[in-house]
Write a protein that binds this ligand. Structure first.
Ligand code: ATP
Ligand code: MG
Length: 227
């Protein structure tokens, strides 16, 4: 294993079985990601990008191959390790923000810390700091429906970082936004991961966002290639 690698996938396959049909989505993915770097992944719709990120995020398991992330063997994790990995090691941002509609921005951001056992007060302080960092210091008590699309996505970025993950995974984080908001969310995302030296793996169709990564990969026919 590469000394500086934080994520190392080797021969990762993923297939979905329905009846006798087997849909092979990933067909031997090789991926080494070094700590503190940013990697952008593109590829046609349906090629398996979300499936790949879900495997790195511990949300799905590979059908074959080995997947190691931050020292965790994702292909063979015990239930308690999986919870720990999802709670403390990875932060996730999706195309849709998935904020809880009955909770304020502050509450949405503090919730993962609270769930991880941080006291309410400390979690609130930390969530407030993060929201100020993403430029939403004046929106702490706003509910999701009182925020713009770009603001909601910046809340989602803050929420993903509340437990100080060493790896940030973003699946088309600007997919639902117009150009100006895309840029703002991208600026926020990069500023935060750079200041924390967080490793970033993102899936995006947005060329400008992809170009900001340290490297760009394309998922095609179930394997990753350099562009
Ligand atoms: N749970 C599942 N069961 C069966 N098939 C699935 C499942 N999840 C994904 N697939 C199939 O796997 C393929 C890859 O899906 P995935 O969501 O990873 O694609 P994607 O590259 O993220 O596409 P998009 O750019 O549209 O988001 C698709 O053909 C999809 O239908
Ligand atoms: Mg997808």
């Amino acid at each position: 294993m590469n000394e500086r690698a934080v994520i190392q996938l080797s021969g990762v396959e993923k297939w979905f079985q329905s009846g006798v049909e087997r849909l092979q989505v990933l067909a031997g993915v090789e991926l080494t990601v070094e700590s503190g770097t940013s990697t952008a992944i593109t590829g046609e719709s349906g090629c398996g990008k979300t499936t790949l990120l879900n495997i790195i995020g511990g949300l799905e398991f590979p059908s074959a191959g080995s997947a190691v992330s931050a020292g965790y063997r994702l292909d063979a994790l015990a239930e308690d390790e999986l919870t720990e990995y999802r709670q403390h090691v990875v932060g996730l941002v999706f195309q849709f923000h998935f904020l809880l509609k009955d909770f304020t921005a502050l509450e949405n951001v503090l919730l993962p810390a609270y769930m991880a056992g941080v006291g309410r007060e400390a979690a609130e302080v930390r969530a407030g700091e993060l929201l100020r960092e993403v430029g939403l210091g004046e929106r702490l008590q706003h509910f999701p429906h009182q925020l713009s699309g770009g603001e909601r996505q910046r809340v989602a970025v803050a929420r993903a970082l509340i437990n100080d993950p060493s790896i940030m995974l973003a699946d088309e984080p600007t997919g639902n936004l117009d150009e100006d908001n895309s840029e703002l969310v991208a600026d926020t995302l990069f500023a935060l991961v750079r200041s924390r030296n967080t490793t970033l793996v993102m899936v995006t169709h947005n060329r400008e966002l992809a170009a900001r990564g340290d490297r760009l990969l394309r998922l095609e026919h179930g394997v990753l290639n350099r562009i």
